[in-house]
Design a protein around this ligand. Structure first.
Ligand SMILES: [Zn+2]
Length: 259
């Protein structure tokens, strides 16, 4: 999910059956674009259709080709439609622009059913660069869903999704680096607003650090080791993939942040 500025497994509302999806074939994949109604939703899907090929390329460059050839994208016409699809308490979603939903997932057999990227109506007011980030972020979740354990550390799934999605700008966002420095945590992601935004920044910076110092392939390996089926805990995954313990990782992350 992506704040207006995840991957919960929830009950769903099917897209309105009376509006047939627009289908775009791009990047070797078929993209089904469903509007739940309204001119804003329709316009949002046109913008997404224009950018989804580049988003697919960005995900493939990091994650590889082995993921769903069919991609479903749904644009909610109203906040109520988005909340009904996302499920759970409305407060949890108040600053969320999009979420990748799934009806059933069996990571052991890599079977995923009913997966779709759901955009909130607020996304239609995002400028081009912000919408591009949200689309790539959610598309990474979509691509990685079959290889992501249900109990994966969410902060790492979000950090890697942001690594795929966000341009590698140099500046460290204010407040993103706590003192003393600690690894990001799932709890930080759960409070809407500023705290959630900072938590995403922190997870993104961690993923950027790993990709920058150890190469993106190692970040992918870390994702599989720490978030895949039968995953290790994060410190164990860090040791097996990067060859150093969590304290040493923090030390090197701190040095990287100072640069
Ligand atoms: Zn996310």
């Amino acid at each position: 999910m992506f704040p207006v500025r995840g991957v919960p497994s929830t009950p769903s509302v099917a897209p309105r059956a009376d509006i047939p999806p627009t289908v775009v074939v791009v990047g070797g994949r078929t993209v089904h674009l469903h509007s739940l109604g309204g001119p804003d939703a329709d316009h949002l899907l046109k913008r997404i259709a224009a950018d989804v090929g580049a988003a697919i390329n960005a995900v493939v460059a990091f994650w590889g080709e082995d993921w769903s050839r069919d991609i479903s994208v749904v644009a909610a016409g109203t906040r109520e439609q988005f909340l009904a699809a996302a499920g759970g308490p409305a407060s949890q979603w108040e600053d969320i622009a999009a979420v990748t939903l799934v009806e059933r997932v069996d990571p052991v057999s890599r079977q995923v059913a009913g997966q779709r990227i759901m955009f909130a109506p607020e996304a239609s007011h995002m400028h081009e660069g912000a919408l591009r980030i949200v689309l790539r972020h959610e598309l990474f979740h979509y691509a990685a869903r079959a290889d992501t354990a249900l109990d994966a550390p969410r902060w790492l799934t979000e950090g890697v999704a942001d690594f795929v999605a966000r341009p590698p700008v140099a500046d460290v966002p204010p407040g993103a680096v706590p003192s003393p420095l600690s690894l990001p945590s799932d709890a930080d992601l759960d409070t809407p607003g500023e705290q959630r935004s900072v938590a995403y920044d922190r997870a993104w910076l961690f993923a950027r650090f790993v990709a920058d110092v150890y190469q993106p392939d190692k970040l992918r390996e870390l994702y599989v080791a720490a978030c895949g089926v039968g995953h290790a805990d994060v410190p164990t995954a860090l040791r097996s993939v990067l060859g150093i313990d969590a304290d040493e990782v923090l030390k090197r992350w701190r040095e990287w942040l100072r640069r």
